[in-house]
Design a protein around this ligand. Sequence first.
Ligand SMILES: Cc1cc2nc3c(=O)[nH]c(=O)nc-3n(C[C@H](O)[C@H](O)[C@H](O)COP(=O)(O)OP(=O)(O)OC[C@H]3O[C@@H](n4cnc5c(N)ncnc54)[C@H](O)[C@@H]3O)c2cc1C
Length: 390
Amino acid sequence: MSVAEVGAAIPPLTALTEDERMFQTSVRQFARDRIRPHVREMDEAGVFRKELIREFFELGLMGIEIPEEYGGQGGTFFQAVLAVEELSAVDPSAGVIVDVQNTICNNALLRWATPDQKAKYLQRLSSNTVASYALSEAGSGSDAFAMATRAEDRGDHFVLNGRKLWITNAAESGLFLLFANANPEAGYRGVTAFLIERDFPGFSVGKKEDKLGLRASSTCELILDNCRVPRENVMGEVGKGYKIAIETLNEGRIAIGAQMIGLARGALEAAIGYARERKQFGKPIGDFQAVQFDLAKMAVDLEAARLLVYNAARLRDAGLPFLTEAAMAKYYSSEIAERVASKAIEVHGGVGITKDYPVEKLYRDAKIGRIYEGTSNIQLLTIAKKLLGR
Ligand SMILES: Cc1cc2nc3c(=O)[nH]c(=O)nc-3n(C[C@H](O)[C@H](O)[C@H](O)COP(=O)(O)OP(=O)(O)OC[C@H]3O[C@@H](n4cnc5c(N)ncnc54)[C@H](O)[C@@H]3O)c2cc1C
């Protein structure tokens, strides 16, 4: 094979198809034109504008992988990753809304929902219904299957009691993919996945968190007080929810990697723009080699993280194993996002820590990357298990 033939058969990781390029360009444009003007106000208010979420639906960004027969785009996981990256370069809160919807919730329904559940919910998810993924609780975060929420089997329905914490999108969601234990004696083998509609009796959305970063993305408590869930809303088999929970998170964390590389790119672009404009000692600060080196190191970090994220996403779309690669991508990209955003503030000098420039917000937003969808330690555990053959 010639080099050109090999290049065509195994394209470079960052080479995009025509469709991917067009999709990327349209999301980038949308993020810059429609989201950017509202970023500061949404961050300060701690609320994401409803009309922007409506526009996500209109653009097909909430049903990227959902087949066209259900009103989705019939796209790929990689496209979802591109969307999350592009939105996050402008606002990581926008990125996480689209991330949870596509790479976790829609993804789980596509894999495990019954034909009836698909017919009932996929159309809504691609056209008007935001979804949440509810696993964590006050007492069970990293040790997620130690959950205290219980599901009691009453034949044609289950009764759920407990509380979920930290649930992204909950303020806006109409559908919740929620995990409860239906057989505590069996430990994690009792964990069961339920599809819960917001108006099911006994279900309510509780306190919304006031956060350091990602402030426009809602993070709320969920309360299940004798919540009645019809049996047909069990997703997958009773007692097999642990598999759904783990496997969706394994995929979802690739998109958190995408959120973090988007964020890092936003910070780097801001730093480059400022380095060109800001003058000290009679010349732009970008003329000083020390500043140039900072920018260059940020670009290297970003490129390395992007390769990890794209590789994990391409492996997933190819049906190849990606567990370790996804953990590496999430671990590394969240680490460099914090570093790049921090350095971007330094390049800005004093104004970098004011709200007049975008970098202080990106720095605050970066912190969550090392925590949700498995903390950095949990990613390292996954990688180490593979290394040691456990
Ligand atoms: C903004 C935000 C949004 C979120 N969105 C969602 C959501 O939509 N759905 C959902 O279900 N959850 C969500 N979460 C929850 C999130 O996934 C958890 O916060 C995360 O898994 C960590 O759990 P924890 O907070 O209980 O921390 P803990 O598990 O208590 O961890 C505390 C520290 O101990 C370390 N640690 C714990 N166990 C080990 C171990 N075995 N080895 C080494 N170190 C360990 C951790 O790495 C961490 O540094 C969200 C959280 C936040 C903050």
